[in-house]
Design a protein around this ligand. Structure first.
Ligand code: 5GP
Length: 342
């Protein structure tokens, strides 16, 4: 539907390697035929479901395909271009710095290459403002988390405002947040904004209590925070008192089977309370979606008017980690575009 494409949008929860499109994947698969990787191993098509565990297997396959500076530059530039083509005006990309001995890739070069892709896109006048969140993979434990925070801090200071925060992600069934608190606290103290995956699976109540005390600046998913989903009033109270925006990814949660259907997505719980909510894609490549489609799905599952959809996209500007002048620039853009869209 044209309305959703034309709607100016803000994307705040997008993992770089999960966002690689079919077309870009095609190029990578052709370059690396010896790996014997097929499309069916890198994407979950419509109507298909996977367990969350199987989703994490998909990322391992993609990481085999994206393993050099060249790959990262291409993937990041393509992803930025695709978000822009979908009407995303402001994007916070997140990605886990990786080192690959065989190709000489280091974590530092990894971050530098993503930033280079953002710079090149800007030079090419792609109509989108892009920022970067350095991601901590919880699977790798506290030492790696601390190293990643130091790297993120360094780039926050030297990247001209491109690195704005830290993400905590990775398989939620592995490790415990208490071991990562120290690194996350350090990140917060040095001025990095925190976007944390929280209560993505049912067994994380204690961890969520701890992480909410930091507190985070945004919550990823929060699927099992509320009492109806096995969470608790105390968790909900904390989130509400802090007014922490929640990043909601409908297709990702349905295809990853942590939510049974679109109609039952916890978007409804939080949206009905007037809590700050932002619709996001999570992994547009893996889950075969885009942000326009996510807005459309939410609108049809929850009966949102076009005016409400507009409101959702506009309020997301406030939840970005961008400095105030950038938010004002975005507000202006939304005001200018409104008559053409609504
Ligand atoms: P990358 O960080 O390599 O650019 O993107 C892929 C990585 O993002 C995965 O290996 C995983 O750590 C993280 N990721 C992507 N989607 C999800 C998700 O739905 N939940 C969690 N917890 N982590 C995710």
């Amino acid at each position: 539907d044209l309305f959703y494409r034309r709607l100016p949008k803000v994307e705040l929860h997008a993992h770089l390697n999960g966002s690689v499109s079919f077309e870009t994947m095609e190029k990578l698969i052709k370059q690396k035929l010896h790996l014997n990787i097929e499309h069916s191993m890198t994407a979950i098509r419509s109507g298909q479901r996977r367990t969350l565990d199987e989703c994490f297997q998909v990322f391992k396959v993609i990481h085999q395909l994206v393993d050099s500076e060249e790959d990262i530059l291409m993937v990041a530039k393509d992803v930025i271009q695709e978000f822009a083509a979908d009407g995303v005006k402001y994007l916070e990309l997140r990605s886990t710095p990786r080192e690959v001995t065989e190709t000489g890739l280091t974590k530092r070069r990894y971050v530098e290459t993503v930033l280079e892709a953002i710079r090149q896109s800007k030079e090419e006048e792609v109509d989108i403002d892009v920022r970067f969140l350095v991601a901590v993979d919880r699977r790798h434990g506290p030492e790696v988390a601390m190293e990643t925070v130091k790297l993120a801090e360094e780039f926050m200071l030297s990247s001209d405002g491109m690195v704005v925060g830290l993400d905590l992600s990775g398989d939620p069934t592995v490790g415990h947040g208490k071991d990562l608190l120290c690194a996350l606290q350090k990140a917060k103290n040095c001025g990095l904004k925190l976007a944390l995956h929280l209560s993505e699976v049912p067994s994380q109540k204690d961890e969520s209590e701890l992480l909410l005390n930091l507190p985070p600046d945004r919550i990823g998913h929060g699927t099992f925070l509320h009492p109806e989903a096995g969470g608790s009033d105390s968790l909900v109270d904390k989130v509400c008192k802090q007014n922490t925006p929640i990043e909601l990814c409908l297709t990702s949660n349905v295809k990853g089977q942590t939510v049974s259907s679109y109609n039952k997505h916890h978007f409804q719980y939080w949206y009905n309370r007037g809590h700050p909510c932002v619709l996001c894609t999570d992994d547009k490549g893996v889950f075969c979606t885009d942000l326009s489609q996510e807005y459309q799905l939410a609108a049809s599952a929850f009966g949102l008017s076009q005016e409400s959809v507009w409101g959702l996209s506009q309020q997301a500007i406030n939840f970005t980690f961008a400095p105030e002048p950038i938010k004002q620039r975005l507000e202006k853009k939304w005001a200018e575009l409104r008559p053409q869209v609504l």
